[in-house]
Each structure stands twice: as structure tokens, then as C-alpha cells.
Design a protein around this ligand. Structure first.
Ligand code: XUL
Ligand code: CO
Length: 436
């Protein structure tokens, strides 16, 4: 069989003293952290779209990257060769999961029936490669945003015909995700938003989006797919305003339309920062509301301000992210999917490996730092102490809903001005740095 990345062998753990750029210094799959294997905490996944289909195109120029698996005239041959290359990379890296959009793995044909036949053919091959390698599907999803028919959205399109097309496509994508044993299924509302309110009926579009998601839930039950449905928030790009703006916004939407029991969220770091939040904020919001499903691990560039989808390298952010994930009980069905692409000048196959090795090591360090923070209970104790008043007499009465305005007014009239306590932010920031 053709080897697509012949200059890379299996990536091994060599420890922090290694100078080998193609070795893990920190990610040691079987090493126990807080009693659980690193691989099971982190559940790394490679994304198909950027890693294998992204060729470095940007709004100012076409792709710069040439891959051997694209060197065929028949698009189905390209699809099959790409799948071989993908599983070669997954196994050489030692990741346990992958993710795809329907249109990443099989090219769209002139009509839906033929498109679905193509998908079926590729899915059979993917099934075999999964069985041979043990690599599993973290999630599947639908690309209902690239084709020109979706220029005005999929579920929120003003045309019911386009809505019907999107529904048909999602139906098939859920079915193939089920067939491949996918652990989750993601809905990212690319183009589910608006470019101008001058032509938009927002209320009607939101109702339609909810109807599409409800149909997906019904179909999931009908076919017995027990994967977790996930919504991936993003505030803008490609549209001016995306309806799945951030986790708080998605949560409100899910509750309004009675979908909250059927969905959790897939939080992407660069989407959080585009929404004006930190990555940790979005994770913390989900954790606080029991809706943390999975993570797209990447980063933006503070100076650029669009969705640059870079590989994560910031150990500080990874530590805080892993701290929040571990505090919320860790991943159940979710994982860390690298929704990230190499830069336009990184034209060699080996660059894909450098990128993933660095990102995996970054999160392995984040995990180990977070585990030490948890073991030492530094932040936990500081937070507990800060809220200690709520376990006292007054706090318990309020939390126990035993008092109202009148009793609280009487309390203040009797006790006077509350005593203030320092938030100790600087001290905690210094302590955190000792763990990084
Ligand atoms: C787009 C994005 C998507 C989703 C899947 O910004 O993150 O790739 O992760 O559709
Ligand atoms: Co994403």
C-alpha cells in the first residue's frame, strides 16, 4: 500500500529531555493522571477537513499545498486515497479518534442519490480502516454551508426547498455516523444567521432552525443512534451574525424550543474568543449548566480577529481548559478534536505531524498542570473560602428560600454595613503560574 507520509514513523513518547521534534515530550498515552490514562482523559481527535482537505487557500489566493493523495483525475479515487492517508496519519500519531463532514470524505455528485451512493462506498472503506486500526469516530457532521444552495443558510433558509435539502443531507450524515459507531454528532450552524436584517425574519428563521433540530432528534430515535448531539457555538463568520452565537445563547435557544435534554455543546477555543469570551469562560458556562459535551481545541490570533484555526500551543490556556474540564467530571462521550489547520507556508506532509505533536503535548501539559492544581486544591479551597458565608446562618436561610425582602431588610437594619473580603486575584494568579 502507498505510504503517504514516508518520512514519519510512529510517534513515540521520549520524555521531557528529548530533543526529537517528532517525539512526544509530555503526552504518554498509558501514563496515569488522577488514576486514569492520559489517552482516556484527553481523547484526541484529528479533523478531516483541515488536515486532509485543507490546502492553504485563503481569500487572497488558492491552495499552496500539494498532497500525493490528490494526484488522481477521478474524485472517488482521491477520496479513497485520502482515507488511506488519513488512517496512516492517525495511527502514526497514535490518536484514538477522528471527525469528518459528509462532504470531506466523499465528493458531492450531480444529484443527492448519487452523492449518497458515493458516501456509502467510502463509509464501507472507512469502516474497514476503523476495524483494522481501532481508531474510532468521535463525531460526524454535515457540511450544509459550502454549496451555493446554502448561501442563505440551511435550516434558516428563506426557501423551504433548501430546508428540505438540508434535512435530507443531515438525515444521511446521521445515518453514516451511526453506521461508523460515531460517539457524537455535531451541528455547527455555518450560515445559520444573517448578513443583513433588512431582508431577514429572525423569529421565523429561529423557529425553522429548531424544527430542523427536532426532526434530527426524531430521526436519531427512529434509527436507534445513541450518540450525543452537540451544537457548536460561533458568533460570526461566515455570516455577520450567527444564531448559535455563544454557549449562553445556544443554551437559551435549546431551552426555549424544548431541545435542552437532547443536546450538549461542542466548545471551540477560537469561537469563544471571537465571541469576546475566553475559552475557559465558555467551558465554565457549559460546566455550570451541565451541557459540556466536547471540545474543538485550537486557537486564534489576538492581532487578527478572525477564525484562524491555529493549532493550540498556549500551555496557560490548555491548563485552565483542562482544569475546568476535569472539575466538571472530565469527558464522557466528548474529546479534544484539533479543529486546526497548518499555515499556508507549511507545505510539507511532515508539518501536519509537527502541528499535532505540539498540540497533543500542549494539552498533555495542561492536563498534568490541572491535575496538580486539583490534587493541591489551591483554587478549590480559595473558591470555597470565598463563598463560606453561604454555608453560615444567613446564607443557608437565603439558599434554603426561607427568607424574603422583609427579613433581609430587618437583618441589614440590625447588623449594618457588610464586611468586605479581598478577592485575592493577584495572589491566585501568582500561585497559578507556579503550576504552569
Ligand atoms: C467552523 C468549524 C467547523 C465545525 C464543524 O468554524 O469550527 O469546522 O467544527 O462543522
Ligand atoms: Co469547529
Amino acid at each position: 500500500m502507498t505510504e503517504y507520509f514516508p518520512d514519519v514513523k510512529e510517534i513515540k513518547y521520549e520524555g521531557p529531555d528529548s530533543k526529537n521534534p517528532l517525539a512526544f515530550k509530555h503526552y504518554n498515552a498509558d501514563e496515569l493522571v488522577l488514576g486514569k490514562k492520559m489517552a482516556d482523559h484527553l481523547r484526541f481527535s484529528v479533523c478531516y477537513w483541515h488536515t486532509f482537505k485543507g490546502l492553504g487557500a485563503d481569500p487572497f489566493g488558492p491552495g499552496t499545498i500539494i498532497r500525493k493523495y490528490n494526484d488522481f483525475s477521478d474524485p472517488m479515487q482521491i477520496a479513497e486515497a485520502t482515507l488511506d492517508a488519513a488512517f496512516e496519519l492517525f495511527t502514526k500519531l497514535g490518536v484514538n479518534f477522528w471527525c469528518f463532514h459528509d462532504r470531506d470524505i466523499a465528493p458531492e455528485a450531480d444529484d443527492l442519490a448519487e452523492t449518497n451512493r458515493r458516501l456509502d462506498k467510502i463509509v464501507l472503506k472507512a469502516q474497514k480502516l476503523q476495524d483494522d486500526t481501532g481508531v474510532k469516530l468521535l463525531w460526524g457532521t454535515t457540511n450544509a454551508f459550502s454549496h451555493r444552495r446554502f448561501m442563505a443558510g440551511a435550516g434558516t433558509n428563506p426557501s423551504p426547498e433548501v430546508f428540505a435539502y438540508a434535512a435530507s443531507q443531515i438525515k444521511k450524515a446521521i445515518e453514516i455516523t451511526h453506521q461508523l459507531g460515531g460517539v457524537n454528532y455535531v451541528f455547527w450552524g455555518g450560515r445559520e444567521g444573517y448578513d443583513t436584517l433588512l431582508n431577514t425574519d429572525m423569529g421565523r428563521e429561529l423557529d425553522h432552525l429548531a424544527m430542523l433540530l427536532q426532526m434530527a432528534v426524531d430521526h436519531k430515535k427512529k434509527i436507534g443512534f445513541d450518540g450525543q448531539f452537540l451544537i457548536e457555538p460561533k458568533p460570526k463568520e461566515p455570516t455577520k451574525h450567527q444564531y448559535d452565537f455563544d454557549s449562553g445563547n445556544c443554551h437559551a435557544f435549546l431551552q426555549k424550543y424544548n431541545l435542552a435534554n437532547d443536546f450538549k455543546l461542542n466548545i471551540e477555543a477560537n469561537h469563544a474568543t471571537l465571541a469576546g469570551h475566553t475559552f475557559q469562560h465558555e467551558l465554565a458556562y457549559c460546566a455550570a449548566n451541565g451541557i459540556l459535551g466536547s471540545v474543538d481545541a485550537n486557537r486564534g490570533d489576538m492581532l487578527l480577529g478572525w477564525d484562524t484555526d491555529q493549532f493550540p500551543t498556549n500551555i496557560y490556556d490548555a491548563t485552565l481548559a483542562m482544569y475546568t474540564i476535569l472539575q466538571s467530571g472530565g469527558f464522557d462521550k466528548g474529546g479534544l478534536n484539533f479543529d486546526a489547520k497548518v499555515r499556508r507556508q507549511s507545505v510539507d506532509g511532515i508539518d501536519l505531524f509537527y502541528a499535532h505533536v505540539g498540540a497533543m503535548d500542549c494539552f498533555a501539559r495542561g492536563l498534568k498542570n490541572a491535575a496538580r492544581l486539583i490534587e493541591d486544591k489551591v483554587l478549590e479551597n480559595a473558591v470555597k473560602e470565598r463563598y463560606a458565608g453561604w454555608d453560615g446562618e444567613l446564607g443557608s436561610k437565603i439558599e434554603g428560600k426561607k427568607v424574603g425582602f422583609a427579613e433581609l431588610e430587618a437583618y441589614i437594619l440590625e447588623h449594618g454595613e457588610p464586611e468586605l473580603a479581598s478577592g485575592r486575584q493577584e495572589m491566585l494568579e501568582n500561585i497559578l503560574n507556579e503550576y504552569i
